[in-house]
Design a protein. Sequence first.
Length: 452
Amino acid sequence: MSLLKNQFDAFIDDLRATHGKNLASVILYGSAATGDFVRQQSDYNLLIALHKITPKDLRAAQAPMREWSKLGHPIPVYFTVGELQNAADVFPIEFHQMEHARKILYGTDVLANLNISDEFLRHQTEYELRSKLIQLRRRYIAASASVDGLVNLMAHSLSSFTTLFRALLLIHGFEPPIAKRDIVEATVRQLKIDGEPFEKILEIRENNSSKMLDEISANQLFADYMREIERVIEAVDKIGEGAEEVMSVLPKTIYTLEEYLELEQNTDEIRYEFYDGEVWAMAGASDEHDRIQGNIFFALRSKFDGRKCRAFLADMRVKVPAFPPYRYPDLSALRGEEKFEFVGKQQMLLNPSLIVEILSPSTEAFDRSSKFTYYKSIESFSEYLLVSTERPNVAQFIKQNDGSWKHFEFNDLDEKVKIESPECKIEMREIYEDVVFSPGSRPPIYGIDIIN
């Protein structure tokens, strides 16, 4: 470790001499920053932030980069401080990794207040997964000639896939674990895929246990590994299909905001949502959805007991700055004085603290990922409930003082869900009163109790 520290110290001294006051920060991120580093398998990933970057700055970095590469380390990535904010929505996978697994080696923490948008997270995840699968197949052609070649290919590639598994867990609304093994286990549980190939490769990677493999078993392990990677990609692709099924789009016409508001005003039975010129008719709800919605609404109303709290059903429009002009959550609530704003003649609630979405198979992925991200742009929003219609399951997300979200799961009808804002407790039996689940309903898919 002292040798590594000396390498870092020498490299940072070289960077300071090269860039001077232009050097804002040097950050170590990834497995080496979390204690999940495997020597001769993992890389030391560094981010170098400069106040400005010109060709002259990059040419000046040739000497320190040459020495750093001689030690077997990859070339760091360069960003300006300003670019870090602007690029966070384009590279959500990388910036999520940096956000949760980093060490500041020099300067200020330029990632501390990073605003990461997950709008394109699913698309980037599927793109990267498919790209790496193509690379894996290509490299297998040469590697299949020897057991050592196959072992090295699987061990190195799994590290890259694990980063993408982490993104997949984020898409499903969870802050993933830090360690690679824990990320793989969470992904296997989430997608209900065969975890044995990943487990064997992790053992090889961490304990150098490849001597137990011969040519036949190594090739079989690779086949099993590739099959499960393909299943992961299929799952990510289905998330995209589910998001597209959330609402039915009207015949392809570009609407102005004024035209949309007029459509809303003149339609009583159908609710529409609008974004960037497109208008969707909200899909009809199932009997289970309506019954759960009513149960929660009346439970909230009864718990308020004269306190200055309000609960609203799905006909209340809620202003969502990141997804304007407004959305129709299944339920919303607040404590204190409600605030409203008008867009055209339509009234919007500005300050909900609690939002509840009741899930269906077609909306679940969207409600857990993109919609949650959009709702976070509401300043007063501090609690999110996702309620399953297929089984007794409530996922609760509570905003913390540092901006992170704690996550709790409730799967037992004897449990009580403690609502923070407005403060009250609702029994799971109240939520699912008179709800009949169909035979073969899915069991709970999330086993994490608290996530920071």
